[in-house]
Design a protein around this ligand. Structure first.
Ligand SMILES: [Zn+2]
Length: 248
């Protein structure tokens, strides 16, 4: 079972029930997690971090003090790290988990694939992607491609509720793509009901996320009109990312 706990303005902290455990993914804030778990009288068994930004790890310290559970992540910037994990298969809390290194947003960014759940932090968003803070466009593009290569039914569990504003941008890139129109309506419905737009599926992302569609003719021409210097996927991606940074 998967639970989304809202935190701050637009973050989600995921709780994932496994056969024998309960994981907390990217606890930027301990308080809402403690509150939720105490209400249900549940004990978590592990913390998984995708990268070092405070809105993803800010609650780790307090949760570890409270529950004394192991912390997984990549590299020394993750607080209270028990096990640094890198690209490959890992046994985490008794489960087989695939770790993917996906640098770009930060250099220590990783994703966890467990069964069909992909915890991808701030790299792939629903209908968008994260900003490039520590890497470069080619790096981010390759990381997104790595995620796009996973099965279509993969559940995209990203860390922010940015879907509506991402879809506005997607619409500006590809106004004639019916998948974007459809998704915009569907997400608006969910949000009106106060429900998260997440997780999405990789299949939905491939149809309506411009950052996974850098090889499509219409996306290429839109990017060319916004500074792409060539038709190569990386220059299309770089132009889209820059355009999105300025898009309102
Ligand atoms: Zn971040």
């Amino acid at each position: 079972m998967l639970t989304l706990i809202p935190a701050f303005q637009d973050n989600y902290i995921y709780l994932s029930q496994t056969a024998h455990g309960l994981w907390i993914v990217d606890p930027g804030d301990a308080q809402p997690v403690l509150q939720y778990l105490e209400q249900l009288q549940r004990r978590p068994t592990a913390i998984l971090c995708t990268h070092h930004h405070a809105d993803h790890v800010g609650g780790v310290e307090q949760l570890v003090e409270h529950y004394r559970i192991p912390v997984y992540g990549h590299g020394a910037q993750i607080p209270r790290l028990t096990q640094s994990v890198n690209e490959g298969s890992w046994e985490i809390d008794g489960e087989s988990v695939e770790v993917l290194e996906i640098p770009g947003h930060t250099l220590d960014h990783i994703a966890y694939l467990w069964q069909d759940l992909l915890f991808c932090g701030d790299t792939l968003f629903a209908a968008g992607c994260g900003r490039i803070f520590e890497g470069n466009p080619a790096m981010m593009y390759n990381s997104l491609q790595k995620l796009a290569a996973l099965p279509d039914n993969t559940q995209v569990c990203c860390a922010h509720e940015y879907t509506q504003s991402n879809l506005r941008f997607a619409m500006a890139v590809e106004p004639e793509n019916p998948a974007i129109t459809e998704r915009t309506e569907q997400v608006a419905r969910l949000r009106r009901q106060g429900r998260p737009s997440l997780p999405s599926t990789l299949q939905e992302e491939k149809r309506s996320n411009p950052f996974l569609r850098c090889g499509e003719d219409r996306v290429i021409s839109a990017a060319r009109a916004h500074g792409a210097s060539a038709d190569s996927p990386v220059s299309v991606f770089a132009a889209l990312r820059q355009w999105k940074n300025e898009f309102r």
